[in-house]
Design a protein around this ligand. Structure first.
Ligand code: F6R
Length: 365
């Protein structure tokens, strides 16, 4: 049931600190401050030359974030693909490498077909699924479960952040196994992960500000989302979430791609949501924001206190998230991204939990 919430989606957004916390507890040993996977992996990360990650929609964006983590923390090249492309382009895979599949339902037809293809090619298959009895779970060599609980709203929210928590833990485990991370590095990263549920709860307190903002967004016909690094897939996710439940056209772009085309769209009528925690690429994103501002664009900046102080741009609205030192910002930035889509849809009066033309689980291709 919806408890006291108007929609399942609202309930599921608010459940995230709790369910991400449960997922964390399954993958981290709090006493020793080490990553401890609940299953023994049938391969050694030292032997993996390349990982291929395959999924659809929001699950694919979780995979896209994880690509940055695996490459950064474990120095493993990662290929990320949407399942409908992966399955038909017959991607060459090296026997003994690793293919990861991400799915809330575990029943998505294209993701399942991609898994079967990978198995036939002789790679190790690992799936990150929320439904442990699902077909994808049953057919994968290794299953890492997300503990999101049942997700009823068609738009994925809590499953996404739980997927990120599992993938972050796995990337740390991979970095450790490959000798790219020391014990000390691991402890630091684990501290970063342990903080996430609390930071997500802090992000939820921004809801009144975002609700107000949603009234402005609901008047727009188009919205652009920009981000760099792990905030790039978050921009894609923000645009997907907004379009699927509010029916407002939105696009996500890597901030650095702005001047290769989308900048032509900028005017005072198209809000630009910039996702930019104060991280190693922050300055670069600020220069893209200046380009937007110079063309009369209205910016909604999602950042932290440091970013808000450093951003030398007149932005329309700044949403100030908690400062965080770690590389795991996407789990926290997912909250304002989801809330903005949710409240915009509520203002628009759409069927938030059952948006038109969409199904919760896409079991046909
Ligand atoms: C978007 C959304 C979809 C799903 C996609 C994959 O909010 O929910 O894009 O993420 O259909 O579904 P699963 O994860 O069940 O494979």
């Amino acid at each position: 049931d919806k408890a006291n919430y108007r929609h399942f989606m609202a309930k599921e957004i608010h459940e995230q600190p709790e369910v991400v916390g449960h997922t964390l507890a399954r993958y981290i040993d709090m006493a020793s401050e080490r990553v401890m996977l609940p299953v023994k992996l049938p391969f050694d990360f030292k032997d993996i030359q390349r990982i291929s990650i395959t999924a659809c929609g929001t699950a694919n964006y979780a995979g896209y974030v994880a690509k940055y983590w695996f490459e950064r923390l474990a120095r493993i090249p990662v290929e990320i693909d949407i399942a409908s492309e992966f399955r038909y382009r017959e991607a060459p895979l090296r026997k003994g490498d690793l293919a990861i599949f991400i799915s809330q339902s575990g029943e998505t037809a294209d993701t399942l077909a991609a898994l079967r293809y990978a198995k036939a090619e002789g790679v190790h298959t690992l799936s990150v699924v929320n439904v442990p009895t699902s077909t994808i779970a049953r057919e994968s060599e290794t299953v890492l479960q997300t503990l999101a609980g049942p997700e009823i709203g068609v738009a994925s929210t809590k499953a996404f952040t739980c997927q990120l928590m599992v993938l972050a833990s796995l990337a740390v485990a991979a970095g450790k196994a490959r000798g790219e991370l020391s014990d000390e590095d691991e402890t630091k990263l684990v501290h970063g992960l342990v903080e996430i549920p609390r930071l997500m709860a802090a992000a939820l307190t921004l809801e009144p500000q975002i609700e107000k903002l949603a009234r402005d967004i609901s008047k727009s016909k188009d919205v652009l989302y920009l981000g760099r690094g792990t905030s790039y897939p978050m921009a894609l996710e923000g645009a997907l979430k907004l379009k699927e439940i509010s029916y407002i056209h939105a696009e996500g772009y890597a901030a650095g791609e702005l001047k290769h085309g989308p900048i032509a769209l900028i005017d005072e009528n198209m809000p630009v949501v910039v996702i930019a925690p104060f991280d190693r690429v922050f300055e670069k994103t600020v220069s893209n924001m200046q380009e937007v501002a110079a063309r009369g664009g209205n910016i909604i900046l999602m950042t932290d206190a440091k970013g808000a102080a450093e951003a030398t741009v007149d932005s329309l609205v700044t949403i100030v998230l908690p400062d965080m030192a770690s590389a795991f910002t996407p789990m926290v930035y997912a909250i304002p991204v989801q809330l903005l889509a949710y409240h915009t849809a509520v203002v628009m009066g759409t069927d938030v939990d059952q948006p038109r033309n969409l199904a919760k689980s896409v079991t046909v291709e």
